[in-house]
Structures are given as structure tokens and as C-alpha cells.
Design a binder for this molecule. Structure first.
Ligand code: HEC
Length: 159
């Protein structure tokens, strides 16, 4: 009798677990379906937003590179010219450090022109008694690129 009862309980526990298992399987299936649906929508959405990002990136590429390019060109010009004999980007040597020059002047078109003139013609008296030699072989355009590079060194943007 006890054995029979035991078998019965065992049986019903088995049934209970089997039905549990089936429900679990159903749940897993539903979760999978749901996950798949989420994945599909998420992927769709992601594609759209990355397109939008690309679009924005392209937009900003249209204007930013011009100035970044000019500054990079100015840097190359400064590095290939005699400037580094007297100027270091952060330390004063014979002339003021170019970062100090950048801090002294606002990054405006008129200061770019003024410094380009000074680079070409040379000069003295702003930073001390030591004169800067003239650079008559430099074109106005190249001197302005150099001035733009110098003025960008304190992180300021042209305005
Ligand atoms: C023989 C040394 C020497 C060389 C080479 C030289 N400089 Fe200078 N530079 C100076 C000195 C000295 C001053 C400070 C002049 C002054 O006090 O007016 C100066 C000042 C400057 C200034 C600031 C001007 C101002 O009015 O505040 C800039 C910008 C500059 N130099 C850029 C350049 C660039 C770019 C080159 C390379 C093409 C260059 N320098 C080459 C010595 C030099």
C-alpha cells in the first residue's frame, strides 16, 4: 500500500516535471521568437541611425577639413623652414614659443594677416630686443598658413 502510494506520488511528480519542462520549452521558444523580433527591429533601427551618423559626418567633413588641412600644411611649412632654429612649440628659445604667441593673439583673420606680414618682413620689439629675420622668399599664402598653425597651438579655433 505504502509502496503503491509512493509510486503514485513519484508518478505525479514525474508528470509535474514533464509538464513543467514542456512549459519551459514553450517559454524558451517564445523568448527566442521575441529575441529574434527584437534583433530584427534593432538591426533595422541601427542601420538607419548609422546612416544618419554617416550623413552628419559627411556634412561636417565638408567644412572642417579646410581649416584642419590648412593648419596641417602650416605645421609642415614651419617644420621644414628655419623657424625651429629660434622657435619651439612650447619652450622659449631665441624667439617666443609658438604656443605663447598663440596665447597672446586671438585667432582672427586680421591677426593671421598681421603675423604673416611679420614672418615675411621680420621685426623686433614685441617680445624683446632680439629681432626675427625676414623671410622674403615665403609667399603670403604660405606665411598665412604658418600663422594659422601658430595661432591654433593654444587650442583656439579661428573666429
Ligand atoms: C633668427 C631667429 C628666428 C627665426 C629663424 C624665426 N623667428 Fe619668429 N621670432 C623670432 C623672434 C626673436 C621673435 C620676437 C620678435 C619681436 O619681439 O618682435 C619672433 C616672433 C615671431 C612671431 C610673433 C610675432 C609677433 O609680432 O608677436 C611669430 C608668429 C613668428 N616669430 C613665427 C615665425 C615663423 C613661422 C618662422 C619660420 C618661417 C620664424 N618665426 C622664424 C625669431 C625667429
Amino acid at each position: 500500500m505504502t509502496l503503491h502510494l509512493q509510486e503514485k506520488t513519484l508518478n505525479s511528480t514525474k508528470k509535474y516535471w514533464v509538464s513543467k519542462l514542456i512549459t519551459m520549452k514553450k517559454i524558451i521558444y517564445a523568448v527566442r521568437l521575441f529575441a529574434f523580433a527584437v534583433l530584427v527591429t534593432a538591426c533595422g533601427g541601427k542601420k538607419e541611425s548609422s546612416n544618419a551618423e554617416e550623413y552628419v559626418a559627411n556634412e561636417s567633413k565638408l567644412e572642417a577639413p579646410a581649416s584642419v588641412d590648412v593648419i596641417a600644411q602650416g605645421e609642415a611649412l614651419v617644420k621644414s623652414s628655419d623657424c625651429k632654429t629660434c622657435h619651439h612649440s612650447v619652450n622659449k628659445i631665441i624667439g617666443p614659443s609658438h604656443t605663447d604667441v598663440a596665447k597672446k593673439y586671438e585667432f582672427t583673420a586680421s591677426n593671421v594677416k598681421m603675423l604673416a606680414d611679420k614672418i615675411i618682413k621680420g621685426g623686433v620689439g614685441v617680445w624683446g630686443e632680439v629681432p626675427m629675420n625676414a623671410h622674403p622668399d615665403l609667399s603670403q599664402a604660405d606665411a598665412e598658413k604658418m600663422a594659422r598653425y601658430v595661432l591654433s597651438l593654444d587650442g583656439e579655433k579661428e573666429h
